[in-house]
Design a binder for this molecule. Structure first.
Ligand SMILES: Cc1cc2nc3c(=O)[nH]c(=O)nc-3n(C[C@H](O)[C@H](O)[C@H](O)COP(=O)(O)O)c2cc1C
Length: 153
């Protein structure tokens, strides 16, 4: 069964709200035959990345970059996974007080280097969290999971 791996970090719950919305979308009852695994970034290891078929990354923007925990996840997994996960689909969601573009710019070279294919534009929840942000996060989760379910990627 195809597996979606959600790798996330949230220090104070801001990005966690996006994770929950993504989980809701990916676990939509209309999507059958996909396993969804959600791991805090410090717990996500090389084996988890290898065993998944698609990825959803969720981070706050901290100091104009991805969170340190997500950076550490890439530090530990990038090279071991480099030639083994090419072409797999992914999506990114960012929670930010400002515009969130620094976190997107930080993640993009790594996902590009890995050869992952982005299934939708990044969800950037900037400023106050809105229902539109949560709806976009639900859509992102559903898009990746549904695409894997039907063999689109
Ligand atoms: C140490 C720190 C640095 C931050 N740096 C940025 C930043 O560079 N740009 C930005 O848009 N928001 C920044 N923020 C705001 C966070 O992105 C925002 O509060 C977010 O909701 C935190 O998510 P979390 O609760 O999931 O950790 C920063 C927050 C903290 C605590």
């Amino acid at each position: 069964m195809p597996r979606v791996l959600i790798v996330w970090h949230s220090a104070t719950g801001g990005a966690k709200a996006l994770v929950e919305a993504i989980l809701e979308g990916a676990n939509d009852p209309s999507i059958e035959g996909v396993e969804v695994v959600s791991l805090p970034a410090p717990e996500a290891a090389v084996d988890d990345v290898m065993a998944a078929d698609g990825y959803l990354l969720v981070t706050p923007e901290n100091f104009g970059y991805m969170s340190g925990a997500l950076k550490d996840f890439f530090d530990r997994t990038y090279y071991p996974c480099l030639e083994h996960t090419r072409g797999r689909p992914f999506g990114l969601a960012v929670r930010a007080g400002g515009d969130g573009t620094g976190a997107v710019a930080a993640v993009t070279p790594l996902t590009t280097g890995l050869g992952w294919k982005e299934v939708a534009p990044p969800v950037i929840a900037a400023g106050d969290l809105t229902e539109a942000h949560l709806a976009a996060a639900r859509d992102l989760g559903a898009t990746l999971a549904a695409g894997l379910a039907i063999g689109l990627y």
